[in-house]
Ligand binder design. Structure first.
Ligand SMILES: O=C(CO)[C@@H](O)[C@H](O)COP(=O)(O)O
Length: 236
């Protein structure tokens, strides 16, 4: 089978996503990009995770044209492709409807860095996008979803804040490869849950100091990492 290594990595990441409990039914999807060959491998649309196998993973070019595979690619393909074009350092994209992150997204609220758990994985506020206009929903909706994510990240390093909450919809995460992107989706859901309950307890919006944010993020992902952690921003 062609593109078997990329397909297998994407299949395994989709299985991990399902086993993590971040998705139910056919919600969500994982893709990865091979930038050298200009191809994307993505979950097929509407297929049960339990029934998926390597040959079901659909391979497209960066225009979204299917180059190998018998099934329809995920309905979110154009969002994934838009993120690959906007964020050159990422190697994979994950979309979920995980409960807490989706609740923050549907509420139109960004998740501020309320504590060190957040700071360990996200170097600042996890942004929420603006709502799409009726025209953006009518024309090129899926690609426009990717555009408002890139807009919400602004000048932030996408590997330092590897997630965004799409208003009215749900979270998109990314990483250097499919396993990293799924891990970031798991960390996002944990942070979203802690943030929800922290705000319920405190009845106000909390935010840690820039010094504490930087200390925690840098010690896990910065150049001075002492734990031998791979630098998250390795190029793909
Ligand atoms: O966001 C949505 C639906 O709201 C989609 O992500 C579905 O959750 C999964 O669609 P497929 O990947 O099966 O096409």
């Amino acid at each position: 089978m062609k593109y078997s290594a990329l397909r297998k990595a994407v299949l395994d990441a989709n299985f991990e996503l399902y086993e993590s409990g971040l998705v139910i039914s056919t919600f969500g999807n994982v893709s990865a990009i091979d930038r050298q060959n200009g191809i994307v491998a993505i979950k097929p649309s509407g297929v049960s995770y339990k029934a998926m196998n390597t040959s079901d993973i659909v391979v497209t070019d960066l225009d979204g044209t299917i180059i190998d595979g018998d099934m329809r690619p995920s309905s979110d393909l154009d969002t994934h492709i838009e993120l690959y074009k906007s964020f050159k350092a990422i190697g994979a994209v994950v979309h979920t409807h995980s409960f807490y992150a989706t609740a923050w997204a549907q509420s139109g609220r960004a998740i501020p860095a309320m504590g060190t758990t957040h700071a360990d994985y996200f170097n600042g506020t996890i942004p929420v996008t603006r709502q799409l206009t009726d025209a953006e929903i009518r024309d090129d909706y899926v690609r426009n979803t990717g555009r408002v994510i890139a807009e919400a990240l602004g000048n932030n390093d996408p590997l330092a804040i590897p997630a965004a909450l799409v208003n009215d919809h749900g979270p998109f995460c990314w990483g250097v490869d499919a396993a990293d992107a799924v891990h970031n989706a798991e960390m996002l859901e944990a942070v979203a849950r802690i943030a929800f309950h922290s705000r319920q307890i405190s009845q106000e919006s909390l935010e840690i100091s820039a010094a504490l944010l930087d200390r925690h993020f840098q010690r896990k992902h910065g150049k001075s990492a002492t734990y031998g952690q791979p630098a998250r921003s390795k190029q793909v």
